[in-house]
Design a protein around this ligand. Structure first.
Ligand SMILES: Nc1ncnc2c1ncn2[C@@H]1O[C@H](COP(=O)(O)OP(=O)(O)OP(=O)(O)O)[C@@H](O)[C@H]1O
Ligand SMILES: [Mg+2]
Length: 244
């Protein structure tokens, strides 16, 4: 049984079909990439799956349970966590306190939540900064904090929305290793990413969106040469992301 199945998922904003009759499945243990041009509907898919938006049509089944219409915190408790494209930690709270908020979703008992938060903060490499206010972190550390907050909820499925955007090559390499380690620990991952080299290297399978519709799906090597994908998206971006 797939960990997540979305069928006929649709969302309109006024006259705009942001997501149109999308079918998508994520297998248990899979790392799936979700790519496509700006405005293709990728973040909207995350908002639908995580309960921040309610679809106009379609069904979403997580681990055998339909989750359509459930609020984000209930979906989170069922094992789905996501990061935000625009990272927004509580700026005056420390790194540890921010992560503790995520941990409380999973362990309501305060001492356990704190222990869990510490462990996750160390895991993403923010241990030395656990007492720093989140607002004082660099972008790379804010991205790691965003990951930690999601991880602290103990997800079976983690949705990552452009966690590499704005990072330098060294920082990207660090976060790729971190994503690999999280995946290896048994968490299934759905990854939105414009960095083609990274998404091709990480994903076992890739779904391509354009104007809200799935235009292709397959192994990274197939997607890289798929005529529709090159035409709608990869052409310019892929060349830009290719190694020098
Ligand atoms: N809350 C909203 N209200 C109205 N329109 C929206 C809303 N959210 C997204 N849109 C529109 O829906 C379309 C899809 O947006 P979405 O953010 O899902 O794209 P994306 O694939 O994540 O793009 P990017 O790669 O730039 O992050 C865009 O045209 C966007 O302007
Ligand atoms: Mg987006």
């Amino acid at each position: 049984m797939s960990l997540l199945v979305a069928r006929g998922l649709s969302k309109r904003f006024g006259g705009l079909h942001a997501v149109a009759r999308l079918d998508m499945e994520i297998a248990r243990g899979e790392m799936l990439g979700l790519i496509g041009p700006n405005g293709a509907g990728k973040t909207t898919v995350f908002n639908l799956l995580s309960g921040f938006l309610v679809p106009d049509a379609g069904d979403i089944v997580l681990d055998g349970h339909s989750i359509v219409g459930l609020p984000p915190h209930a979906i989170c408790r069922l094992g789905l966590a996501r990061t935000f494209q625009i990272v927004r930690p509580f700026p005056r709270m420390t790194v540890l306190e921010n992560v503790r908020v995520g941990a409380l979703a999973r362990c309501p008992r305060a001492p356990e939540a704190l222990a869990r938060a510490r462990e996750v903060v160390a895991r993403v490499g923010l241990g030395p900064r656990e007492r720093v206010a989140a607002g004082a972190l660099t972008l790379a550390d804010r991205k790691r904090l965003e990951l930690a907050r999601a991880l602290a909820t103990g997800p079976a499925l983690l949705l990552l929305d452009e966690v590499m955007a704005g990072l330098n090559p060294t920082e990207i390499e660090t976060i790729i290793q971190l994503i690999r380690a999280i995946h290896a620990s048994g968490v299934s991952i759905l990854l939105i990413e414009h960095n083609m080299r990274a998404v091709m290297a990480l994903s076992q399978r890739i779904v391509v969106l354009s104007f809200g519709e799935r235009i292709a799906e397959g192994a990274p090597a197939e997607i890289a040469h798929h005529p529709k994908v090159v035409e709608a998206y990869l052409g310019e971006e892929y060349v830009r992301a290719a190694p020098a």
